[in-house]
Ligand binder design. Structure first.
Ligand SMILES: Nc1ncnc2c1ncn2[C@@H]1O[C@H](COP(=O)(O)OP(=O)(O)OP(=O)(O)O)[C@@H](O)[C@H]1O
Ligand SMILES: Cc1ncc(C[n+]2csc(CCOP(=O)(O)O)c2C)c(N)n1
Ligand SMILES: [Mg+2]
Ligand SMILES: [Mg+2]
Ligand SMILES: [Mg+2]
Length: 319
């Protein structure tokens, strides 16, 4: 049917159902969304984009691309102790992209909107001669004045991560043909980690209550610890031997993956927190793993067997 794939038809058929009846979205027939202030809370806002070929592969299923897009944004919110609320969506569809692909993309959004209780409030649609580009501006709520930051770490703090490090990076390499001798189950685990990060929205409150500083890991553990160290004016020492790795990652290391790649590869979307000894105890009981300490000074040192490692590549940087 002609027109099915045109801008307003796609908004009507695919995005209006995602906006539902929330007052904020105004049925996606207005120029703006309207977000009400929730008493006792700040509105926490973040934006992350994804570009085909840069953040995801053209062979990645579009429903998973949509879910990853939501999740990388939710990841920033929950790392700050914020409760996901809703989002604005920008889609820059390559000219000629079929309606069916957009439909699969919208179906992925639906799955994770339900999973994270996260509503679509509006957005924008454009077309492009370039690759598929997607962006979300995500909103969350955190108790007034208490949103966590990268800047709260103190000398003496423990440094903790929320889960396995390096799986997603290895998953990308599996998709590119490396580690062919891994078992199918290990390959599937790593690919899943790359395509579908697991932001721990259930941990937002625990982190808010117990962490001094917190962020999510997107550029790699070392790179993001460096961002946190700089913002907090501390030095962070990370012990590579304490960084949690999955069975699949360990199997990949047997096949030649370097442990340092796991902490510089990025795409983890795990939380990175610092906390007092008492706070760390609570976080560890909730599943976090202590990987290092904050000291006086600046920058990040990675140690293994008590020796500082020289790093050629410290993590993902654009441009
Ligand atoms: N184009 C931009 N215009 C204004 N601010 C920006 C722009 N790009 C990034 N920022 C700001 O820079 C800061 C760091 O952003 P950055 O994207 O590095 O963080 P992140 O989302 O945690 O990391 P990642 O993008 O790797 O997930 C944020 O305050 C962000 O709002
Ligand atoms: C196809 C493909 N190639 C490379 C990567 C690795 N990668 C891209 S951007 C980024 C950091 C976070 O992004 P940003 O800082 O832009 O938010 C990382 C680790 C990938 N995910 N997909
Ligand atoms: Mg960002
Ligand atoms: Mg981010
Ligand atoms: Mg972040």
């Amino acid at each position: 049917m002609t027109g099915d794939n045109s801008e307003f038809s796609v908004i009507d058929r695919l995005f209006k159902p995602l906006a539902g009846l929330t007052a904020e979205a105004r049925g996606l027939i207005d120029d703006v969304a309207v977000l009400g202030a929730r008493d006792g809370y700040d509105l926490v806002v973040t934006t992350d984009a994804m570009v085909e070929g840069v953040h995801f592969l053209s062979t990645d299923p579009l429903d998973l691309v949509a879910r990853k897009l939501l999740r990388v944004n939710i990841s920033d919110l929950v790392a700050k102790g914020a409760d996901p609320y809703g989002y604005q969506l920008l889609t820059a569809w390559p000219k000629g992209m079929a309606y069916e692909g957009k439909e699969i993309f919208a179906a992925g959004l639906r799955v994770d909107q339900d999973e994270f209780d996260f509503d679509l409030f509006g957005g924008d649609t454009v077309s492009t001669d370039g690759p598929l580009l997607l962006a979300i501006t995500a909103f969350g709520h955190a108790p007034t004045g208490r949103t966590l930051s990268r800047a709260g770490a103190r000398v003496g703090d423990r440094v903790l991560v929320g889960g396995y490090i390096g799986d997603a990076h290895l998953g990308l390499r599996v998709l590119r043909g490396e580690f062919d001798d891994l078992s199918d189950a290990h390959k599937a685990h790593l690919i899943r980690a790359y395509r579908l990060p697991q932001p721990r929205d259930d941990m937002a409150d625990t982190v808010l209550e117990n962490a001094h500083a917190s962020m999510d890991i997107s550029d790699g553990l070392i790179a993001d610890a460096t961002h946190l160290a700089k913002a907090s004016a501390v030095r962070i020492v990370i012990d590579l031997d304490r960084v949690p790795t999955s069975d699949a990652a360990r199997a990949a290391m047997v096949l030649g993956a370097d442990a340092v790649d796991l902490v510089t590869g990025g795409d983890d979307y795990q939380m990175l927190c610092t906390a007092s000894a008492a706070g760390a105890k609570v976080l560890i009981a909730a599943g976090f793993v202590e990987v290092g300490r904050c000291e006086a000074g600046e920058g990040v040192d990675l140690i293994s067997n008590g020796q500082v490692l020289e790093l050629e590549d410290r993590g993902w940087v654009h441009g």
